[in-house]
Design a protein around this ligand. Structure first.
Ligand code: HMG
Ligand code: MG
Length: 293
């Protein structure tokens, strides 16, 4: 079971206030100290598109990551991979859209043209020996287009795998999925030759379904789950997106199921409480609310 922590990236990209680079570094240090061994730290996207993460190079230069910790970053294009390589990154994630409208809004591209951007980016990354994860966004619903045809999602994901992504993270960007859809999508990927060992799940919790969806994915055999400390998260280019599945809520469930993660829940709750104070608002995580008070 791998917990893929996205708080510093998905969480902080969506805050209206720009968090100081020293606070970001402290957040990442504390997440690692709590036992999280995969932490998506930041994005090398256009700094005007996501000013919250414009300090990516400075942040990474100041981090002293312990051996064995994976610290992937988001990269959309060739300029992004240049910047990531300069910063010494060893693992990246590209992020595709399953819909035409979100490709336009999030990547200034089209459903087809996004691959023209990703192909040389992934080739360069693989050539440099980097691991590449692929996200697919709007897997279960899109705020502008409504339902998203499952074949369209699978087609986008399968193309990312063909490009050389070792893992596909299926994004419920706006948090509308329900368990039946999750089961159906995992089965559709399986039928297309992309088995559960290649899949990760990424739920936002807008409609309170993230934990139920996660449990469904675990039962289908998925072993990598994305989550965000304190339930921070969202996407600045999909306004209806709220926070991610909270890492603390996920841990509570996994502990109850007897699944070992090596993460110290108390330390994590204290980290999210500290981060909430920094951001000046309470944590969205139910477990943080229950344990911190
Ligand atoms: P564009 O404006 O079309 O870029 O943006 P361009 O290729 O036309 O280039 C324009 C200028 O930007 C050029 O500079 C480039 O060098 C520069 P100029 O020649 O004019 O001086 N540029 C860059 N500078 C720095 N870093 C770069 C970069 N790229 C170009 N990487 C682009 C296209 C893809 C760059 C833009 O749309 C972008 O940055 N989008 C990112 C949006 C984003 O980060 N969204 C949130 C992450 S996705 C998400 O949250 C979903 C997820 O969590 C999963 C889920 O929940 O579903 C992952
Ligand atoms: Mg997300």
């Amino acid at each position: 079971m791998t917990i893929y922590e996205v708080g510093p990236r998905d969480g902080l990209q969506n805050e209206s206030a720009i968090v100081d680079v020293a606070v970001k570094a402290e957040f990442i240090r504390r997440l690692i100290d709590a036992g999280l061994s995969t932490v998506e730290t930041t994005s090398f996207v256009h700094p005007k598109w996501v000013p919250q993460l414009a300090d990516a190079a400075e942040l990474l230069a100041g981090l002293d990551l312990p051996a064995g910790v994976r610290a992937p970053v988001l990269v959309p294009n060739e300029r992004g991979i240049d910047r990531a390589l300069e910063a010494g990154v060893r693992e990246i994630a590209i992020f595709a859209s399953a819909t035409e409208t979100f490709a336009a809004k999030n990547l200034n591209s089209t459903l087809d043209d996004q691959f023209a951007m990703f192909t040389p980016t992934v080739q360069r990354a693989l050539g440099e020996g980097l691991a590449v994860r692929g996200y697919v966004s709007m897997c279960y619903g899109d705020p502008w287009e409504g339902d998203v045809p499952i074949d369209q999602v699978v087609k986008v994901g399968a193309r990312l795998v063909e490009l050389g992504c070792h893992e596909l993270s299926l994004g419920d960007t706006i948090g509308v999925a329900t368990p039946g859809q999750v089961r159906a999508l995992i089965a559709a990927f399986g039928a297309a030759g992309v088995g559960v060992e290649k899949l990760a799940v990424h739920f936002h919790d807008t409609y309170g379904q993230a934990l139920a969806n996660t449990l469904t994915a675990l039962r289908e055999g998925v072993t990598t789950v994305d989550s965000s400390a304190g339930g921070l998260g969202g996407c600045p280019y999909a306004e209806s997106a709220t926070g991610n599945l909270a890492t603390e809520d996920l841990l509570w469930q996994l502990d109850g199921l007897g699944i070992e993660t090596g993460v110290d829940l108390e330390k994590l709750v204290s980290t999210s409480g500290w981060m909430a104070t920094q951001l000046g608002k309470p944590s969205a995580s139910r477990v943080v609310q229950a344990l911190a008070g």
